[in-house]
Design a protein around this ligand. Structure first.
Ligand code: PGA
Length: 258
């Protein structure tokens, strides 16, 4: 059985004071929700404050990126060991990093390996853009992203990963994929690619989230899909009541253990 993961990607929002207010608002109730893993991913500047605030809870903390080198003259970058001081998770290869900051399949793979080496759980993001979607390239493109991200990993490493399928056209647009559509890509393409590379048992163990305009109104539709193991939530994770509603519904809607 795969325990779903609900992760809030705060992106470049929430200075420390606001982050503190948001965590205090959600902390107790979020901690009481069982059956799903709950992860908050604030910006780097708020990681220490958030990690401190959730210390006596089972709420996990994730970074939004990391660099693969151990240390050195890399101005502006954050090493995996530094992330590990505060976090259990790290989002890697988000489409915004690929689009605006030159993230490539190769750098994603290096970051995934660095995160795993330091005992962090990567949330590896993949997903096609609108043009690719409309021209029938989704399957080939997403599969190639999965292959590249997981290159040279061991089956044991892949088993513990989280992968987020986030179609770019659904991110921040209010136009989420359909549950069935996302389930198809998650199962056939993402899990299918993992199966072809690492075997069916590994593919059945890896958690695969959906991301892109997830809200309290549509989370149940995604969670009711057999292949979807949670969500990576952007905009709605910035509002305490929405993130709580999403997490609560996610915990309720996953049926009995498969
Ligand atoms: P969104 O973002 O929920 O605001 O669409 C999702 C993401 O980018 O992870």
């Amino acid at each position: 059985m795969r325990t779903p993961v609900i992760a809030g990607n705060w992106k470049m929002f929430k200075p420390v004071a606001e982050a503190t207010v948001l965590v205090r608002e959600m902390r107790r109730e979020l901690n009481n929700i069982t059956g799903v893993v709950k992860v908050l991913c604030p910006p780097f500047t708020a990681l220490a404050a958030v990690a401190d605030l959730v210390q006596k809870t089972d709420i996990q903390v994730g970074a939004q990126d990391l660099y693969w080198e151990e240390q050195g003259a890399f101005t502006g970058e954050v090493a995996p060991g530094m992330v590990k001081e505060l976090c259990q998770y790290a989002i890697i290869g988000h489409s915004e990093r690929r689009q605006y900051f030159g993230e490539t399949d190769e750098s994603v793979n290096r970051k995934v390996k660095a995160a795993l080496k330091h005992g962090l759980i990567p949330i590896v993001c993949v997903g096609e853009n609108l043009a690719q979607n409309e021209t029938g390239q989704t399957e080939a493109f997403v599969s190639s992203q999965v292959r590249a991200a997981l290159r040279d990993l061991t089956a044991e490493q892949v088993r513990g990963l989280v992968i987020a399928y986030e179609p770019i056209w659904a991110i921040g647009t209010g136009k989420a994929a359909t549950g069935a559509g996302a389930n198809r890509i998650v199962g056939l393409v993402v899990r299918g690619t993992v199966a072809s590379l690492f075997g069916e048992a590994v593919a059945q163990a890896v958690r695969i989230q959906y991301g892109g305009s997830v809200s309290p109104d549509n989370i149940a539709e995604f969670m009711n899909q057999p292949e979807i193991d949670g969500a990576l939530v952007g905009g709605a994770s910035l509002v305490g009541s929405k993130f709580l509603a999403i997490t609560r519904q996610a915990a309720m809607s996953k049926g009995p253990p498969k």
